[in-house]
Design a binder for this molecule. Structure first.
Ligand SMILES: C[S@@+](CC[C@H](N)C(=O)[O-])C[C@H]1O[C@@H](n2cnc3c(N)ncnc32)[C@H](O)[C@@H]1O
Length: 345
């Protein structure tokens, strides 16, 4: 490389990504400590905010000013009299009292994924999960299902990241030929509720393990949708999927190895009539595996959580579905890195 070439290059992006754990952990800590929820009650000076959150003196002014510089807080005035308040975005999405709160997933990221990702190199060398299971703990779902409050936190976290994709799917997919849908691994029943709201001719059933089904039943009743949306228990390893015109799975296939993925695709195929549709909502990786960095990192996250589980592309999905007997597939882009893979029987 010549001196001229090297002048045109900049290490800025390398530094930005290499040090991205600084802003990530600052934001995650602010969510966890309730900064945005506290400021949702009204603007506060640094001293007032620190006292309300129970933080040490050393935290101010650095912590709150860092959040200002990262554009997650605004500050009116400078110095000790300056008052911090939420930005429009943080007030909408990170104040726990806001109806659009979506901090649940990021709280889970702070509590679990952040420490587990510290062991990424070990995961890459061993191919083994780096979560609770590493030190003899239970698997992710067993751990969640043993603690009802953590289960509901996880379900809300999933709902927070899935709601935009599910709404886009409910709007973009043509349901006119179909009457019934079953959502396998449906958690709180969110996808079933959004599809039923958007498509008044559809009846939907959300199916998940019994503890999740109890949560979904409550949420469906609260939403006043019990006439067209139902929640029923299923263990998709032991049970077959009951018949439906459309079978959906949101972020399910990526949790498992290839053998279990194929078992689930076969069960979906068997549940459908001729012309029925099997749909996965996932962060589908682009076929050339060059662009969807979030989808690719989600797959690394599956290494951290499960070891052999992995994310996949639309082309992978097409190959697996054709092997099982589906006639054709298509990919519908939803929101950000997420897409729906659709296979027609
Ligand atoms: C990653 S979450 C996806 C939730 C939701 N579909 C979404 O996309 O937001 C995986 C779901 O699979 C469910 N699940 C795990 N093992 C299951 C099993 N053996 N039978 C049925 N559901 C299961 C979990 O309870 C959880 O709700």
């Amino acid at each position: 490389m010549t001196a001229v070439d090297s002048k045109a290059l900049s290490p800025a992006r390398i530094m930005e990504v290499g040090m991205a754990f600084w802003p990530a952990k600052t934001l995650l800590s602010a969510i966890k400590l309730g900064v945005f929820t506290e400021l949702g009650k009204g603007p506060k000076t640094g001293a007032e905010l620190r006292a309300a959150l129970g933080l040490h003196e050393r935290s101010t002014p650095d912590f709150f000013d860092t959040l200002v510089a990262l554009h997650f807080l605004e500050r009116e005035g400078d110095g000790p009299e300056g008052k911090y308040r939420n930005t429009e975005e943080t007030g909408t999405f990170l104040d726990r009292n806001s109806p659009a709160f979506m901090g649940g997933f990021l709280e889970m990221a702070n509590d679990r994924l952040y420490p587990f990702w510290g062991d990424l190199e070990e995961g890459l060398k061993t191919g083994r999960a780096q979560n609770e299971t590493k030190n003899g703990g239970k698997g992710m779902f067993e751990e969640l299902y043993s603690k009802p409050d953590r289960l509901e936190q996880f379900m809300d976290a999933m709902a927070g990241i899935s709601v935009g994709n599910f709404q886009a799917f409910a709007e973009k997919f043509d349901f006119s030929k179909y009457k019934t849908m079953t959502d396998v691994g449906g958690a709180t029943g969110l996808l079933s509720m959004l599809v039923a709201k958007q498509n008044p001719h559809m009846s939907c059933t959300s199916r998940d393990l019994p503890a999740a089904t109890a949560i979904a039943k409550r949420r469906i009743a609260e939403a006043g949708l019990s006439d067209r949306v139902n929640a029923e228990p299923i263990d998709f390893f032991a049970d077959s999927i009951p018949p439906a015109d459309v079978v959906t799975m949101g972020m399910i296939l990526h949790d498992w190895n290839l053998e279990n993925k194929m078992m689930l695709i076969r069960k979906a195929y068997d549940a459908l009539p001729e012309g029925g549709a099997f749909i996965v909502v996932e962060n589908l990786i682009d076929d050339a595996r060059r662009e969807n960095a979030f989808g690719l990192m989600m797959s690394l996250n599956m290494l951290i959580e499960f070891g052999e589980a992995f994310d996949f592309s639309g082309a992978d999905f097409d190959g697996w579905c054709r092997e099982v007997g589906f006639k054709r597939t298509e990919v519908i882009h939803l929101a950000g890195p997420a897409s729906a893979g659709v296979a027609y029987k």
